[in-house]
Design a protein around this ligand. Sequence first.
Ligand code: DX5
Ligand code: ZN
Length: 221
Amino acid sequence: MNIKIAPSILSADFSDMGGAIKKLNAAGADVIHCDVMDGSFVEPITFGGQMVKNIRSLTSLPLDVHLMIEHPKTQIKFFAEAGADIITVHYEACAKISPSYLCETLELIKSFGVKCGVVVNPDTDVEKVFDVFELCDMVLIMSVFPGYGGQKFIPTALEQVKKAREYARRIGKGDMDIEIDGGVTVENCAAIKEAGANVLVAGSTVFKSKDMAATIAALKA
Ligand code: DX5
Ligand code: ZN
């Protein structure tokens, strides 16, 4: 499988986002992971569509927008128009609204010609979203509880990744992107890839390293 490294700009210096994007372009990042937080689904607030729009003008790398927000349907338009390549929404935020909300949101994302994906928290069994795999371009397995960078990897996420990859194969989508997010390091990335994830988000590991290019290469190898 094609392994892609998706540095999370959550760990960047927000006062120099342009500089961070330029560094990521030069360091061999495959995707730029944009963590959108609303202060309600998760405690912090990060940024909205304007930031994604500004980043869009600085890179041709795919922009992977991870929405950690309530009522995601209301915000899809803004991120799609800002130039997101893929937008992922949390199962947990959708399920509390209505049983059909997740499907409707994924369809809405697709209607803008943008790829879509579903995210599950560490305590949500990935089986709960098997019914939308058909609709999704990617499934994101959280390996920390969303909200903050720099947390420790929760090992049960590996089981979730395995289950997701097996189910994707079973429905004839064996090459589907399966992304993992939270606590990814050079030390644990081999086990993560072995379990079947091919898109690795890495925030602090990339931004705290002295040599971004070498760290991205090590995560990818
Ligand atoms: C957590 C975010 C992650 C975060 C990962 O809520 O979704 O993308 O930036 O950061 P690290 O890699 O430091 O765990
Ligand atoms: Zn994220």
